[in-house]
Design a protein. Structure first.
Ligand code: VGL
Ligand code: ZN
Length: 223
C-alpha cells in the first residue's frame, strides 16, 4: 500500500491572529511553534493556504446594508450565482485578508521556506469559500483553488490539515479533502477556533465523515 502524505497549513495569516488581526482567533499565533515542528517533518508535500478576498467580498459585513450587517453576529441569505433559486445562509465577518493588505500576509514566524505551494482561496466576491478546495455552492465551482489538482497530480494518499480556524476553514478543508478521496487527518493541537464551544460538534462531523484527529506526537504523523 502506498503512503504519500501532504501537510496543508490553512490560513495562518495576520488577520486571523492577535494582536492586530481583524478576525483574530484566540491563541491563533500560539500554534506557530507546533506548525513549524510539523513543517520540519518529512512530508513529501507541504502547502500553505491563504484566504485572499477582494474588498467587495460577499462575506464582509461592510458590503451589506444595515441592520443585518453586524460582523460576527449577522447571518444573511445569499443566492447561488449560477442558480438564484438556490440560497444559503452565511455568517458575516469584519473585512479580512483583503488582497494586498498586511492582514492577508502569512505570519512571518511561520517557516514557509518548507512549503512548495502557496494556494490562494476566496477570490470570487460572489461566494463564501471556507474550504481551501472550492466554494460548496456552485457547480461548476465559480471559486476553485489549485489544491485538488496539486494533491491528485502528486499522487497524495493522506492529507494532514492544521491552521486557522478550526471551526471554519480547517473544518471545511478537511471535510473536502475526505470528499476528494484522501485519507484525512486534522492535527488538533495545531488549530484554534473562532468559537471553541462548537468544537465537540466539529469533532462529531469528523467522525461521521471519517476524518481522523491526530496529535503531533502520534505515530501516524512521525512516519
Ligand atoms: C475563515 C472566516 C472567514 C478561516 C476565513 O480561515 O477560518 N474564517 N474567512
Ligand atoms: Zn474569509
Amino acid at each position: 500500500m502506498s503512503f504519500k502524505p501532504a501537510l496543508v497549513v490553512v490560513d495562518v495569516q495576520e488577520d486571523f491572529c492577535p494582536p492586530n488581526g481583524a478576525l483574530a482567533v484566540g491563541g491563533g499565533r500560539d500554534i506557530v511553534p507546533t506548525l513549524n515542528e510539523l513543517l520540519s517533518l518529512p512530508f513529501p508535500i507541504k502547502i500553505a493556504t491563504k484566504d485572499f478576498h477582494p474588498q467587495d467580498h460577499i462575506s464582509f459585513a461592510s458590503n451589506h446594508p444595515s441592520p443585518n450587517n453586524k460582523p460576527f453576529q449577522s447571518m444573511i441569505t445569499i443566492k447561488n450565482p449560477l442558480n438564484p433559486e438556490e440560497t444559503q445562509q452565511t455568517r458575516l465577518w469584519p473585512d479580512h485578508c483583503v488582497q494586498g493588505t498586511k492582514g492577508s500576509e502569512l505570519l512571518p514566524e511561520l517557516d514557509i521556506s518548507k512549503v512548495q505551494h502557496i494556494v490562494e482561496k476566496g477570490q470570487d466576491k460572489r461566494v463564501e469559500m471556507y474550504s481551501a478546495f472550492a466554494d460548496p455552492f456552485t457547480n461548476p465551482n465559480v471559486s476553485r483553488s489549485k489544491l485538488a489538482e496539486i494533491l491528485h497530480k502528486a499522487g497524495v494518499t493522506d492529507v494532514y490539515v492544521a491552521g486557522l480556524a478550526a471551526d471554519y476553514c480547517v473544518k471545511f478543508t478537511a471535510l473536502d479533502a475526505r470528499k476528494e478521496g484522501f485519507k484525512t487527518w486534522v492535527v488538533g493541537e495545531a488549530t484554534r477556533a473562532v468559537d471553541p464551544s462548537t468544537l465537540p460538534d466539529v469533532y462529531k462531523e469528523y467522525e461521521k465523515a471519517g476524518v481522523l484527529l491526530v496529535g503531533v506526537e502520534d505515530e501516524a504523523i512521525k512516519k
